[in-house]
Design a protein around this ligand. Sequence first.
Ligand code: FHN
Length: 442
Amino acid sequence: MPRSRVVIARFVFVLIGVFLGSNLTFAQADYRPSPENLQARREFQDMKFGMFIHWGVYSVLGDGEWVFHNRKLTLDEYNKLPAFFDPEKFDAKTWVALAKAAGMKYITITSRHHDGFAMFDSKISDWNIVQRTPYKKDPLKMLADECHREGIKLFFYYSQLDWHNPDYYPRGATNWNNGRPDHGDWNAYLDTYMDGQLRELLTNYGPIGGIWFDGMWDKPDADWHLAKTYALIHQLQPAALIIPNHHQTPRPGEDVQTFERDLPGENTAGFNTKYVSAQLPLESSDTLNDSWGFTISDDHYKSPAEVERRLVRAAGNNSNLLMNIGPMPNGEIQPEFVTRLQAVGEWMAKYGDSIYGTRGGPVPPGDWGVTTQKDNKIYVHVLSWGAPLLALPPIAGKISAAQSFIDGSKTEFTQSAAGVVLHLPAPKANEVDRIVLLTVAE
Ligand code: FHN
């Protein structure tokens, strides 16, 4: 081709690129979720309870997923770790069966954490489980296949922050001198590396629930090319939900607002926003002990009752609960997690109807408890109340019946313009949640 034609062809190519790029940007700034996406949001809200899994080569050291940073290891040191990661006991069936036994409806797993190590078969770089570990297999593929078989939705956690890739430059708040050069190509990191891996995750694992982003808080003022990345995700899988853990007000293109270790709006953790979206589904994440990744010395396990109360409080705040476990480097989930989750599952088998498929109820949550609602049924969850009468603010509509959710026995009540008063049954020993079911006349 003559040189002038090559130049023109390049120019046209660039123009098309600019046009497509700006179109994608526009598309997200003006984001209108597709019908599939809206349906996926409703299904997400209905699921209510999910399993969060932090699992990576860091689990070998048994000191959490931040060990690279906390011990200020060098690249050369951390690069040795994958050689010790051989999870021969990993069995996707066992993991998915445990999630189901716990009454969980979805799983969100770290496809890569801040160490940038891909726990999946990535062709974008060899810093991944297939190429760097003796295991050589892709556990996310096995998990995705099993989730599809068992009707569990699978979400991929993806860290935008990267402590390993030199192109994650300029580096952010968590920077330390680990041996990376003092230069790098930020655009290549986002557009080639990150978007390339996201394309793999959204192409090679069948329909997925969505991408759970984390780490933007490391460089809050950087241009993360979000519009482009979000458009790519929605283009590859319109129903995939974008769940960013940036702790800020949701931006265009995002589909769920998530709160780390907090109920929506409470910000007890100190880093969450108090803003709560009225449009987006909400999620609250927490840990079953005190750690995300496997931590050998952490035995601060929450009791099943604590988890059940958190779940009920989340539902009453119109939110899901994403409860984390950090499996061991051999691929097993430690028995302390298993027994607790099984107990929660038994409880959910009895009480789940007052949680799954509900939305936050008409009464604002209080110290006493919360309400959830489904159609004309209001579930009053009494989590802490020692007195026989519970006074609630006015509830719209006429309450035609009030009964104990668990045995159907009648609950005395009065309804007036001033509010609703329930005569509560006395709490039974070890009762986690006394649920009164109110039926509102239609
Ligand atoms: O730094 C991470 C942490 O390791 C963990 O993944 C949690 C999960 O929500 N998020 C980050 C902190 O915001």
